[in-house]
Design a protein around this ligand. Structure first.
Ligand code: LCS
Length: 393
């Protein structure tokens, strides 16, 4: 079905679908590494791009192709590239768009390994980077150098929930001919569409909301235009960070309920945030839906909902925070987010442990910060669970 002019939820269910010879109602898994050619000329023509078709799964596969088409429609992009993990997407992006002597500007509080791979591996290849608080828009202009080629934003950022104004950031970057990529993992295209706000590329850890069931890792890059897409596709194909057909099948299955899951989780998150904000043992809390959130107005401007990620600190600092993490029963003490189950974790010693302490402090990832990924369980149970854990402090 052509879903180009259909609504978002229809795209979630049907975009990218194709009909096979048996009339399969869902996209089947083409679990094959290679595809046979009709004859030698056919093979040569496929390699030369003179005919369309599949050659080899690292280069392309019908199941993966269906997912890439779906993601492109969800983000209003030209085309997507699916990858083995969110980090494969990050490293493929850097490889595709940066070379020795180039410079990248990025959000200080990005997912720890997105920064660590730049500072500890790409730096060895002579790629320079500046990490800054991009929630203060002037910092972006200040960080740009003559050799800056990429602005890599994460908004809301992991785990500080800080937002960057995508429209304003893109205006600055494009004035200097710099491409902008937004990691949209925390919002998903249900709540935020960076390409519509001016970005050139969207990145996802599909592991999170898009797959939504905590049973695979995966990543994606979606480009707004064909030239950038071609660079990303080439880097993926040569670096070999491709997705597997079975993984693609599971993501296609999971993403169909994205709107339902995201809406329920953020409804819960609002109630959990209000509960935590009023709790006497909670020192501070960051959730974009709260009026007390410093960037509440920006959240309303560029997101259509506030998401389900909360960060907070309890009175008594890290030691008291550990009591909460060790005593919740419904929420699992685990990294990751965006699944149907509630998860709690400690960024400074877990997801962001790869950063230096100085970088963490500068990025506001303080030792007492506890991150809560709100799931779709009954909200009364989530709050009861937190309540009894906070009572143990
Ligand atoms: N971008 C963001 C915003 C992420 O949160 C993550 C993973 C990645 C990229 C990388 O994706 P992956 O390779 O894991 O699919 N974030 C994690 C987290 O907060 N806890 O565990 C993983």
């Amino acid at each position: 079905m052509d879903t180009k002019n259909k609504g978002f939820d229809t795209k979630l269910v049907h975009a990218g679908d194709f009909e096979d010879e048996f009339g399969s109602a869902v996209t089947p898994i083409y679990q094959t590494s290679t595809f046979s050619f009709k004859n030698a000329d056919h093979g040569a023509n496929l390699f030369a791009g003179k005919e369309k078709g599949f050659i080899y799964t690292r280069i392309g596969n019908p199941t993966i192709d269906a997912l890439e088409n779906k993601l492109a429609q969800l983000e209003n992009g030209f085309r997507g590239v699916a990858l083995a993990s969110g980090m494969a997407a990050v490293s493929t992006l850097y490889t595709a768009l940066l070379k020795t002597g180039d410079h990248m500007v990025s959000t200080g509080s990005v997912y720890g390994p997105s920064r660590a791979v730049m500072e500890s591996i790409f730096a060895d290849f002579g790629v320079e980077s500046t990490y800054t608080d991009t929630s203060v828009i002037e910092n972006i202009e200040k960080a740009i150098k003559p050799n800056t080629k990429l602005l890599y934003l994460e908004t809301p950022a992991n785990p500080t929930i800080q937002l960057t104004d995508i429209v304003e950031a893109c205006k600055i970057a494009h004035k200097h001919n710099i491409l902008v990529c937004v990691d949209n993992t925390f919002s998903s295209p249900v709540l935020q569409k960076p390409l519509d706000l001016g970005a050139d590329i969207v990145l996802h850890s599909l592991t999170k909301f898009i797959n939504g069931h905590a049973d695979i890792v995966g990543g994606a890059l979606i480009a707004k235009d064909e030239d950038v897409y071609a660079k990303l596709r080439k880097a993926m194909t040569y670096m070999g960070g491709n997705m597997d057909p079975h993984q693609a099948y599971l993501v296609i299955r999971g993403v169909k309920t994205l709107s339902l899951r995201v809406e329920r989780a953020q409804e819960n998150a609002m109630k959990v945030a209000e509960y935590l904000e009023a709790h006497p043992k909670v020192e501070w809390i960051k959730y974009p839906g709260l009026k007390s959130f410093a960037q509440h107005e920006l959240a309303k401007k560029q997101m259509s909902g506030f998401g389900s990620m909360i960060s907070f600190g309890v009175k008594g600092g890290l030691e008291a925070g550990k009591i909460v993490m060790d005593n919740v029963h419904l929420a699992k003490l685990a990294v990751s987010l965006g699944g149907v189950e509630s998860l709690i974790q400690h960024p400074a010693s877990m997801t962001h442990a790869a950063m230096t302490k100085e970088a963490r402090i500068e990025a506001d990832i303080t030792d007492e910060l506890v991150r809560y990924a709100v799931g779709i369980e009954n909200v009364e149970d989530i709050i009861d669970d937190l309540d009894q854990a906070l009572a143990k402090i």
